[in-house]
Design a protein around this ligand. Structure first.
Ligand code: COA
Ligand code: ZN
Length: 211
């Protein structure tokens, strides 16, 4: 067995079926998952060849399956082991997946949910011994648990589309749809280095870390 360093799939290089599965999975991970337009797509924005669709927890099953498929592909690539996302999300989270399409490809996924606990986090470059690479932030202050706020629980843009502003597009669409400024969102750890760079672009000094 082998494991691809990019898409992280384990496959058997000796087997042609396994190799061809890897080719498909690898392509989806780098360039996006292939999905035809569907009548059930709930498109909330369309510009410059991109479409953003929202998938709330009560969306048609086919839509929730797309979001879950993207979540799984992204989680494998990122080795993400944080909070799960399923076709049946708990009611209280009120999860909303935002899917970004370009042509026949689903190239981005942001998942937002309602969370009730958070702390104020600050960026921390100066931790000794490279600890900053692992965490890179610290809790400054615990906030009151006084109600709910929208939390960015998960974000992923297909590798070959990164650093072209698509993350920003999804964040703005989510903010518009949920009537909340991006600066007001909380963010659910753990964060990758890409995640931290992105959040820091939105909140340069401090941010809300959801729990
Ligand atoms: C995090 C992620 C979703 C960001 O999406 P993106 O489309 O690449 O982000 P954008 O192009 O909209 O970036 C917006 C700003 O964020 C910052 N930023 C984003 N990625 C960065 C990086 N790799 N290095 C430094 N800054 C970065 C920059 O300030 C950027 O603005 P600029 O390009 O004008 O300088 C994407 O990198 C990704 O999917 N990474 C892999 C999955 C992952 O790690 N998810 C986060 C889990 S916590
Ligand atoms: Zn691969």
């Amino acid at each position: 067995m082998a494991r691809c360093e990019l898409c992280r799939l384990r496959y058997d290089p000796e087997s042609s079926a396994s190799r061809s599965l890897h080719r498909r999975v690898h392509d989806a991970s780098l360039n996006g998952l292939r999905y035809p337009h569907a009548r059930s797509d709930r498109v909330i924005a369309e510009r410059d060849g991109s479409r953003v669709a929202v998938v709330p927890r009560e969306a048609p099953l086919a839509q929730r399956r797309r979001a879950v498929a993207a979540f799984r592909a992204a989680s494998r690539e990122m080795r993400y082991s944080g909070s799960g996302y399923t076709e049946r999300e708990p009611k209280e989270l009120d999860s909303h997946a935002f899917l970004l399409y370009r042509g026949p490809r689903l190239i981005g996924l942001f998942i937002l949910a309602r969370r009730t606990r958070w702390a104020e986090g600050v960026w921390n470059d100066e931790e000794p011994n490279g600890v900053a690479d692992v965490s890179g932030w610290a809790v400054r202050k615990r906030e009151q648990e006084d109600g709910t706020l929208w939390s960015v629980d998960f974000m992923w843009i297909a590798r070959n589309h990164r650093r072209q502003g698509f993350g920003r597009v999804l964040l703005q669409c989510a903010a518009g749809f949920l009537a909340t400024a991006p600066e007001e969102f909380a963010w659910l750890p753990p964060f990758t280095r890409f995640g931290k760079a992105f959040i820091r672009h939105v909140r340069p000094t401090s941010f809300r870390a959801a729990k």
